[in-house]
Design a protein around this ligand. Sequence first.
Ligand code: UT7
Length: 405
Amino acid sequence: MAGSNGVYAPLRRYAHITGWGKALPDRVVANEELARIVDTSDEWIRTRTGIEQRYIATDPAETTATLGARAGRAALEQADIPASKLDLIICATSSPEHLFPSTACIIQDHLGASRAGAFDLSAACSGFVYGVSLARSLILAGQMETVLVIGAETLSRIVDWSDRGTCVLFGDGAGAVVLQARAVPGGVLSTLLGSDGSGGELLAVPAGGSALPTSLETVAGGQHFIKMDGRAVFRFATRVMAEATRAVLEKAGIGIDDIDIVIPHQANHRIIQSSMRQLGLPDEKVFINLQNYGNTSTASIPIALCEAIEQGRLKPNDKVVLVGFGAGLTWAATAIQWAAPTEREVPLWRAGQRSATYGLARMRSRFLRFSRQVEGSLLSEEGEGWSDALSERISRWRRSRQPEE
Ligand code: UT7
């Protein structure tokens, strides 16, 4: 665009949330049900945390990746774009499928996002906001156009079901947003990330990594489960949530009174209320849905965002704050000027078309696996000429499926 002095100024870019989606397992577990397996009560859980029920992935086929992929599909649907448009998939998770490969890569395969890079982000419950911050930076730097940020968990698989201090708190689920480059001012205005590794032992899964590799002793000692000093995390959280919110608003040049809604990490209603009262924010400006989901770690903020939208709590131009804290210790906040229309009719034929592309993604994945097997078995047969030629053809075909540099 030419300015008055004839010099071409680059168009300003903004990172907007254009799609959102959530996914939950089928099984709802109410407090009363937990009271039958550990020494707790509905009354204790409600009054100390605000939680009434949570979703648990009891079906072994439901995993962090399947929940993440479902939430990602819903977000792509809402943004009305195919998975092939994605430049990057960031999956924030505290319960990844494996140490590696990343859960994000498994989701990339499920979605058939053939042009996308993919990686996991480990910042515990702050991870989703860390992901939004990174996606925004990549978009503003002109490196990427479209990024999918997912928070996905199956914490029920790493919780000690005999530890009443933790097992009543957590739930499974996933939430996702699509961020896209736009020329319209607004979107993600500012972000703030923080960490304090000196508090690492307050909330941790001690074993299974390189510091304490899996052994008979670690398994027998329950070292692969979540361990938490609840009171210390509580004190840290109530301090840092208010501070992070203030700081991110200052970066965006927004006053507390201008906020329309805060969507905090859904860990404990007492933490949320105490933090928001420090800011002088009235209850009606704070979104809480932890009574239905428990603490879903990285998924809690995107699930709450989706639900706030479903309940008509967000309108174009609203000033929204997302703020979280978690293991690490970490904390993160972002201030957003909401711009996306919260209601969009996607024609039925397009929904059908999308669903067909996911069927094709499954076929593509199977074919790639099969071709790799064929190639492997041919190469192991003493490398005769015809098998070399065939494997070269397969490699060429596979290279042609990769995006251009
Ligand atoms: O995403 C970040 C994840 N972590 C958090 O956000 C955790 C932050 N912390 C908290 O939310 C709270 O500290 C908890 C909800 C974990 C605990 O609440 P609290 O008010 O700090 O309770 P407490 O740990 O001080 O325990 C009070 C009592 C203890 O009994 P005694 O020692 O007073 O006899 C506990 O043994 O409550 C007992 N208790 C329970 N009783 C019934 C602890 N858990 C339970 C339970 N049911 N599930």
